[in-house]
Design a protein around this ligand. Structure first.
Ligand code: IPE
Ligand code: IPE
Ligand code: MG
Length: 247
């Protein structure tokens, strides 16, 4: 019996978010340049996307490039953007074949022109798919997202006649990039780092966190299923007591 068959199908996280980390260290281990690690990371993206769809995950969010990553050496940033363009162009067909809808979150206007247009083309082309949604976090950081939300909200208040607006969670959610996406039940970070690195701070408020030492290019669909199995072994109490949950 495979790990996939052992998963409790009634308790699959709806939304899994992943901080894909360790490409550079993986390349170093193999005596290669960092870019080689990124290229091999694409294989894991394909692998995990399929594995998530097989498990019945509805939303898979992948942290692919952070706001802070713009500060990397120019050549690495350029290589990553190029890789993004070629990967998106190449994978759109497979996304359509697998009924996967592509979305993106982040400060997308900051992406190079060809990257932005290739991304939008793929988003358009997959927009009517209703299987899993694959969300790429690109030029994304949570503090940017939250401030962007606050500023847009303030502008809307300024433009409105009603100045007595009281912001609640539902309203604030609508201003985030993740407006129509449920919060992740499970966050995975690879490569043995124990931090969030400015990812989905608001949305992760009650997520289960799973850290693995596996470097991203080595991460397989079985590893994803292991993470989901671990998630299924946890008791999510949301502030209540264990006894309250079982009664
Ligand atoms: C993750 O791998 C990919 C991106 C952040 C774009 P890294 O490039 O951060 O790999 P390490 O952390 O240096 O090993
Ligand atoms: C986080 O990885 C961002 C992505 C995976 C895209 P980093 O490798 O950039 O994170 P830090 O700098 O080590 O925290
Ligand atoms: Mg890293």
């Amino acid at each position: 019996m495979s790990l996939l068959e052992k998963l409790d199908k009634s308790n699959i996280p709806q939304h899994v978010a992943i901080i894909m980390d360790g490409n550079g260290r993986w390349a170093k281990k193999n005596n290669k340049a960092r870019v080689f690690g990124h290229k091999n990371g694409v294989k894991s993206v394909r692998e995990v996307t399929e594995g998530a769809a097989q498990a019945g995950v509805k939303y898979l969010t992948l942290y692919a490039f952070s706001t802070e990553n713009w500060n990397r050496p120019k050549a690495e940033v350029a290589a990553l953007m190029q890789l993004l363009v070629t990967t998106i162009a190449k994978e759109t067909k497979t996304l359509n074949k697998n009924n996967i809808k592509l979305q993106a979150i982040g400060d997308l206007k900051n992406l190079p022109g060809n990257c932005y247009s290739e991304l939008n083309k793929a988003i358009d082309s997959t927009s009517t798919n209703d299987g899993m949604t694959l969300v790429l976090a690109l030029s994304y950081s949570s503090k940017w997202e939250i401030l962007d939300a606050v500023n847009r909200l303030l502008n809307d208040v300024k433009a409105s006649d009603n100045k007595e607006i009281k912001v609640d969670e539902a309203m604030f959610n609508r201003y985030l990039c993740t407006a129509n996406i449920p919060d992740p039940e499970l966050l995975i970070r690879t490569s043995g780092e124990y931090r969030i690195s400015n990812f989905l701070l608001w949305q992760l408020a009650y997520s289960e966190l799973y850290f693995t030492p596996i470097l991203w290019p080595d991460f397989t669909r079985e590893n994803l299923w292991e993470a989901i199995a671990d998630y299924q072994s946890r008791e999510r109490r949301f502030g209540k007591t264990s006894e309250q949950l079982s009664s």
